[in-house]
Write a protein of this length. Sequence first.
Length: 519
Amino acid sequence: MSNKAYKTIVILLALALISFFTIQGLWISNSFAVAKDEIHRATFDALAAASKKLALRSNLSDLKNNFVVERDDSIPGGRSKVRIVMSSNEHDTDVNTIIHNIKPFIPVPPDVPDVPNRLLNINDSVVFLGAPKVKKYVIQQRINSYSHDTVQEDIVGLVDKMMMEVRAFDVSPLEDMKPDTLKGILTAQLREKGIESPFEFAVGNGANNDSIILSSSGFAKDKMKEAFSFSIFPDNILKKSDRLVLYYPSESSLVFSRMKTLLFLSALFALFILGLFIVTLRLILKQKKLTEIKNDFINNMTHELKTPIATISVAADALKNPKVKADSAKLDYYSAVIKEENNKMNRNVEKVLQLALTDKDGFKPEFSEVNLHELIEKCISNFEVLFASKNIKCEFFPGATNFRINADAFLFENSINNLIDNAYKYSSGEPVISIKTENKNDKIFLSIKDNGIGMNAELQKKIFEKFYRAQTGNIHDVKGFGIGLTYAYNIVKAHKGDIKVESEVGKGSTFTIEMPVKN
């Protein structure tokens, strides 16, 4: 896949993510507005219910304090009357009507025919006499007849009882009501609407609620204009200016508390989408990097195999020459060249196979007791011919006193070979490779130091990555596939050890292997 295709995919994914968060933000904003409207409606409903209760309490207070009930039996004919009289400091004024002339009645079925002649009332039956013959209708309901005086007595008793209950009811005028009483009423009404949040309240009077009749301790008058307001006496012209006022000190928190489930799920989904985007982006970048590594590996492999193949081809052609066949020295020389180039190709193939082996899941070395000093000396001897051809000086300082470790001898030897080979490839000037061991805290440290080109901090972070090679620009000036250090790193980690690098540009590099010693 081309770089342009990768960039297009990343841009489209980014646009999709931005669109998702934009839509989610608009949705949350709309949900916030809806939740806020619901709270406003519920608050107004609670204020309306509370206002009704306050109006009722005010009316009961007026009835208790300003009205009395009197009974007068002086009506001619023996009939009593009930008067509701308004009390004042100076005079009593009759402000209501006389209750009298209450007559019991019984409905007559509509199918009873008109009686043109006369009506006879016998006990509980009504008999209609008509011509040419008499029909009798018996109404199957007993009439419980009360005298007018008895009905009047019942009404007087009922009104007396009502007034006794009013007088016994602990009700005070609105002006004398305690703030805690009003707070209790408002709290109960708000709780019925599903609102349980701190609030401040007041009862205002005047066109703009300029005068505060009573209020909560934390009520701020400057919040009056933005507070919820409802008339306590909406049907009373004389008291229409009295209003119940309420506001929430932290209304936004109240709205968010109602949206907490929605916000939690929304945030969880957003984090999931964001995580998915990051994982996808990392996979895309990793795939891009692997593609580049694959191409580099193919190029490196082409260079590494092309040279020995060409050398072998030339040597093979030379062996066909009759003059070479006749010269045993030349014959041995070209045979040795073919053998050496064949060994190079074999080593490269082995490195690739070994790296594939260490990358497998469940890879386990075959541990045994290994003398690390003997293993290092064996590795140095493997490079004697190469060191001599390049005039490289290799020094070994066996400073460790405890040098026995648990390791897979074959794999660990290959790891040390790869580190020495890396020092050999990057040596310059008068190359010197220094190898030493030392013990620290029941561990052995093996360091391989060269005086080659060195690395900067950025390269040191990538040096153990598969197929990575430090080289100058696009010049193929370093042999190899870039897998030797990766192989060494994997083997050391499989042995529960650690490997680190210290390097400075122009001064060389030092690779240090840390391994636990065998007690």
